[in-house]
Design a protein around this ligand. Structure first.
Ligand code: ZN
Ligand code: ZN
Length: 451
């Protein structure tokens, strides 16, 4: 096979890869780089060249999905394959992107925004082919056939590992993957090896989990932190990805609702809309466990619009996107009204890119200055900032164990900071001495013949 990383940006960046397997040319994902806005956030779609045979989406986070309408515009005839739950979630995610980009056009004066329109999103989904998990689909070309099969990847609703079979080649792309079950979603069920090529995410390669770690203990610690903060008269902000983390946190709060202090829970737009979608996916496919009754039981309220920097809002639990506190999102605006007061707590529960406000907040010393650039407001960090490991990504030891079990001839390391990929490179070279391990350079086509 041939592999070309069409992504842009350092670290996780805009995910998009061209896989050439025999005569078949497949594009996996078309995301936007969360560290950029407008054209610089796009992957290098111009480097795809001739029309691909199919586009496959691993899941609906925007670093994988956000550029799909632009890719679709370039190749209007190419079929787009994704899991059934992803096909139900993706339109909502993309329509939200159009709205965000339209706002940014005014705020930032970027004439290229929005990168696509609501109409294009609607038309795109007329040629999406929803796939069932573990049910192979065949692409045919000139008497040749490529088998494509999606497997549940945990991570978020609809997330898939993608398996390709062509002749003696068997390739697995993990996408973003979580082996642990979450309250609302089963864990990953990737196929067993051996593979000729394993393309694996490496998000958590930079850190190990402490001895004796358990997701349940982390959840308990989070609930205790909420209780303590409310008891001293403060509010809690939990920045979450609207897709996945938000619904998981709703489930956690719901489970403990009788023990939680009686303060309102505030949320906003997309996380709540997606909760309705999750309910529909639960009813129609059984692949998610989330009912919208959870929101009713918790009496979730829509975030008040009059939050001001430096002025404490109503006491409550603020469960808001974005997870990385990206500028101008509800979690960013809420943080600006909470950080000045030592009674409040910000609970970081997922991955934060170091270049985003969430990542910067984790690096800020207590009492140090924190700048909300977009709000032209700076405050000493008085609130507590606590980190909880409820990540949607498999930890590095689990991924390493899976890679070893899968016994691939080649491993391609994607979706991680440089240090994370380096950790995997070193460990895999030790653990799989026969395998060729690759950290791909962007835009370089690697020819990887079957060994
Ligand atoms: Zn993801
Ligand atoms: Zn991702």
């Amino acid at each position: 096979m041939k592999f070309t990383d069409l992504g842009t940006g350092e670290g996780i960046g805009a995910n998009c890869q061209l896989l050439e397997i025999g005569p078949f040319r497949i594009v996996v994902d078309a995301g936007l780089n969360p560290r950029e806005t407008g054209n610089p956030s796009l992957p290098r779609l111009d480097s795809i060249g001739a029309e691909p045979d199919a586009i496959v989406l691993t899941h609906c986070h925007l670093d994988h999905l956000g550029a799909l309408p632009v890719l679709g515009r370039l190749f209007p005839e190419v079929p787009i394959l994704m899991s059934l739950p992803s096909s139900m979630l993706a339109p909502r995610m993309l329509h939200n992107s159009v709205s965000v980009m339209t706002r940014q056009r005014e705020e930032l004066g970027l004439g290229e925004l929005p990168l696509y329109t609501h109409g294009e999103v609607e038309r795109l989904f007329m040629r999406v082919i929803p796939l069932k998990f573990a049910l192979p689909r065949f692409l045919d070309k000139g008497g040749d056939s490529l088998e494509i099969c999606l497997h549940q990847a945990g991570h978020v609703a609809g997330a898939a590992c993608v398996e390709f079979k062509w002749g003696s080649e068997r390739i697995l792309h993990t996408g973003d993957i979580l082996f642990d079950a979450q309250r609302h979603l089963a864990g990953a069920k990737p196929p067993k090896g051996p593979f000729s090529v394993l393309i694996t995410e490496t998000t958590r390669g930079g850190a190990t989990r402490p001895e004796g770690f358990s997701r349940e203990d982390e959840t308990m610690r989070l609930l205790e932190t909420i209780e303590k903060t409310i008891a001293r008269g403060g509010s809690v902000l939990i920045p979450v990805f609207a897709l996945g983390r938000a619904q998981e946190l709703f489930c956690i709060l719901h489970e403990s609702r009788n023990l939680l202090p009686k303060v309102p829970i505030f949320s906003a737009g997309l996380g709540l809309d997606l909760a309705e979608k999750f309910d529909e996916i639960t009813r129609k496919t059984g692949l998610v466990r989330f009912r919208s009754g959870v929101l009713r039981d918790l009496k979730v309220q829509i975030l008040e619009r009059d939050l001001r920097p430096g002025r404490s809002p109503r006491q409550g639990i603020y469960l808001l996107s974005s997870g990385m506190m990206t500028e101008s999102t509800p979690s960013y605006v809420a943080a600006a009204s909470l950080l000045h007061d030592a009674k409040n707590t910000v609970c970081i529960v997922g991955y934060c890119d170091p270049d985003t406000p969430g990542g910067q907040l984790m690096e800020t010393e207590p009492g140090g200055d924190f700048l909300f650039d977009k709000l032209d407001y700076q405050t000493p960090l008085e609130a507590q900032v606590e980190r909880f490991d409820l990540s949607g990504h498999a930890d590095r030891e689990e991924l390493l164990a899976y890679a070893c079990e899968a016994a691939p001839a080649r491993v391609i390391l994607v979706h991680g900071e440089e240090a994370s990929r380096q950790w995997f490179l070193t460990e895999l070279e030790k653990a799989l001495p026969g395998a060729a391990v690759l950290i791909p350079e962007q835009l370089r086509a690697y020819d990887l013949p079957v060994a």
